[in-house]
Design a protein around this ligand. Sequence first.
Ligand code: FPP
Length: 248
Amino acid sequence: MALPANPLPKFDRLPKHVAVIMDGNGRWARKRGLPRIAGHKVGIESVREVIRAARELGIGHLTLYAFSTENWSRPKSEVGFIMRLLTLYLKRERSELHEKGVRVASIGRIEGLPAALFKELKACMEFTAGNRGMVLTLALNYGARQEILDAARRFPRRASGGRARSGATDEDRFSALLGTAGMPDVDFVIRTSGEMRLSNFLLWQVAYAELYFTPTYWPDFRRPQFLEALRDYARRERRFGDIAPRSA
Ligand code: FPP
């Protein structure tokens, strides 16, 4: 009997929500004597592989940090290249993502993106809106402090001070005002390239997340590296401040 080309390992425990800080594209390229943009281009292949593996494993939510509010300070030519790359990616992958049941979502101030990318992103989100498979959230022009401040401005001045009659706590009601409203908290953060920072990514949502840092540059972070990260997650005990481990 023929075996599938890439059999997936079985995991005792998988995160419901994985968030990835894709870092090291520039260094990957420089190491090879290539311009930084070459790293971003090859990084797209890692994006494809990680999305595919996550979807096949049945991970519900994958959130990718594609462009932060701080990234605008890069050279104009690099910013322009990343924006065009993202636009092209969405244009090319829309049908495939839809066929596989992926719903594309976004967080961040997307109205501040170049018009072509904004239009493509909107089209992709609308096209896949009815899908019930994995939710792929792209963080674009995103900054967590800004997201938290925006939510704080909209939070009713008189908080209930605990559990409201609806059963929702103030924390639940605050979470519902964030870009990630309706999504589970992040269980697992992966950052590539050896940097050990959160860089203003999902600061509220990662409160109890497990963190995974790898020296691998993003363009080299493919399916085997992603599976290795998930094996590491499966080995961890999550206690949420309690004394006994809880499953998640
Ligand atoms: C970090 O590497 C990468 C970025 C800021 C851009 C990430 C964008 C992509 C991989 C493009 C595709 C994304 C999607 C979702 C389709 P860096 O430039 O900071 O690398 P360095 O730290 O080595 O300079």
